[in-house]
Ligand binder design. Structure first.
Ligand SMILES: [Zn+2]
Length: 321
């Protein structure tokens, strides 16, 4: 049997997840990658109760929810709507505004789309994620653009722009995983705390020569600080000392302006999380999709390999019925 892959096109996606029972079958395949197993009696056959989003054991009639512990639990929206939203968020490289989602899904209320996006975004940060390691670039930036006439810390008083710090793994000339955080200042303690939260000890960190980075060596990192060429010199073709971090910041700024027409300072972190999420999973749309729906955490640890290899889907066709 050929291995089914993650739907590459909207059309294919719509065909596979056109009805709530197809979505429910998929949820069950994620929850029980090796087939249904009744938590009460251990029997291995069950049938779906589609309207209740549950499976019922054939032997003892015990009912198991397939949405418990996920964003899909206790919502009035059809599973198809949630699946579609998660698919769009996962695959649309520009990211999705609530207005666009509302239109795409034909939702009656803007608030519904906004809330769905919000819930999906909350599923984007995995508290147990691994630290970055190897060679890392760190750079700091004003998000929202510097304000004319204000310099350095005086920018903070203006409130229009926010400070952010970016860390990205070097994989040759390409970017590996990414982290972004809104920070209160560019001070040494702030930068060291950021590094400790996101970067494994012993990693090599490349930065420019801003003094905030000077504590990194003491904190257990191999720190390489180089003088960043002036903006004018960069424009004339000089190489940045942190090219990958610069590119990430540039893409972030474009995305915030292009898709969201700017973002308030209070909400910026959530958008940084979304940007990082999409970047880090850009080659694994299947894993991204499942993470958003909260399916990753519902699966046993060993199921991750099955999800990556799509072997869980192979079982979907032979799910207990
Ligand atoms: Zn049972």
């Amino acid at each position: 049997m050929p291995r089914p892959s993650f739907p590459r096109t909207l059309r294919q996606f719509q065909r596979e997840f056109a009805e709530d029972d197809a979505c429910q079958r998929y949820l069950a395949a994620c929850r029980w990658p090796d087939g249904f197993h009744c938590p009460r009696c251990g029997y291995d056959r069950a049938f779906p109760l589609v309207t209740r989003r549950r499976w019922q054991c054939v032997a003892c009639r015990y009912q198991v929810s397939v949405t418990a512990g996920t964003v899909l639990h206790n919502t009035k929206q059809p599973l198809t709507t949630w699946f579609w939203a998660a698919y769009l968020v996962t695959t649309d490289k520009r990211g999705l505004s609530a207005l666009l989602l509302q239109r795409q899904l034909g939702l009656g209320r803007y608030e519904t789309a906004w809330m769905m996006l919000h819930k999906l975004r909350r599923a984007m940060v995995n508290p147990a994620r691994e630290l970055l390691h190897g060679e890392i670039e760190i750079d700091e930036a004003w998000i929202g653009g510097p304000q004319p006439g204000l310099r350095g810390s005086r920018q903070l008083k203006g409130r229009r722009a926010a400070l952010a710090v970016v860390a990205v793994e070097r994989r040759g000339k390409a970017s590996g995983r990414l982290r972004m955080e809104v920070i209160p200042d560019f001070s040494g303690p702030t930068m060291v705390a950021f590094a400790r939260r996101h970067i494994a000890a012993g990693a090599t960190i490349y930065t420019d020569q801003i003094t905030g980075f000077s504590g990194l060596s003491k904190a257990g990192y191999r720190h390489v600080a180089r003088k960043q060429p002036l903006r004018r010199e960069l424009g004339q073709g000089q190489r940045s000392v942190v090219p990958l971090a610069d590119r990430a910041i540039g893409n972030l700024q474009q995305w915030l302006i292009g898709t969201h027409h700017g973002v308030s300072r209070a909400q910026l972190q959530v958008y940084l999380d979304e940007f990082v999420f999409r970047h880090n999973r850009r080659r694994q749309p299947m894993a991204a999709f499942q993470t958003l729906l909260g399916l990753g955490s519902a699966c046993a640890p060993s199921a991750y390999a099955a999800i990556r290899g799509a072997t869980d889907l192979r079982k979907a066709g032979s799910s207990p019925s």
